[in-house]
Design a protein around this ligand. Structure first.
Ligand SMILES: Nc1ncnc2c1ncn2[C@@H]1O[C@H](COP(=O)(O)OP(=O)(O)OP(=O)(O)O)[C@@H](O)[C@H]1O
Ligand SMILES: [Mg+2]
Length: 160
């Protein structure tokens, strides 16, 4: 099962992140993949707001991991783009994945070997031919919990 959503402003991308936030529980894993500048961090800002996080969410490109503890549950925001080849195992990702918060991982293909079986992957695509702010988000849930989550998100978005 996959669900595709088209958006045409950064605010719309943030709103989807905000809508998913109440559905999240500790140990949930969300993978954000896709082009540079496609909106992965923008989505995470909305998700953080939805968790009640007041701190400004900055891209963890250089720090790899940023933790936010001031929301309903902790947010572990990771961007593994700059990880040296094969050093994923040194990050201690498993501790985050099994921790008390939700893990959001940008560029997850660089830690493909470290990922558990169940997660929600969201693939971001720029639709430059249609305009510079146009994006397509494809939701790919792995595991029953995330299939149910994507269904709930759809119901929310369609006002059911
Ligand atoms: N529909 C949209 N959704 C999200 N961002 C958009 C959209 N339209 C324009 N933008 C702009 O595109 C940029 C997206 O940047 P962002 O840092 O979120 O991307 P990213 O996918 O995290 O990139 P990176 O791979 O470098 O981490 C922002 O400047 C944002 O304002
Ligand atoms: Mg980013």
């Amino acid at each position: 099962m996959t669900v595709t959503v088209k958006v045409s402003t950064p605010e719309e991308t943030m709103t989807i992140g905000q809508q998913i936030a109440p559905l999240l529980a500790p140990k949930d894993i969300i993978l954000l993949d896709g082009d540079l500048g496609a909106g992965k961090t923008t989505f995470t800002k909305g998700l953080a707001a939805g968790l009640g996080i007041k701190r400004n969410v900055k891209s963890p490109t250089f720090t790899i991991i940023r933790e936010y503890q001031d929301g309903r549950i902790p947010l572990y925001h990771m961007d593994v783009y700059r990880l040296e080849d094969g050093s994923g195992d040194e990050l201690g990702l498993e501790e985050y994945f099994n921790g008390d918060g939700v893990s959001v991982v940008e560029w997850s293909k660089f830690v493909a070997d470290e990922l558990p079986a169940d997660y929600l992957r969201i693939a971001f695509k720029r639709l430059d031919d249609l305009g510079e702010n146009q994006r397509e988000l494809t939701f790919e849930p792995h595991g029953e919990r995330f299939v149910a989550m994507v269904k709930q998100l759809q119901e929310k978005r369609h006002g059911k």
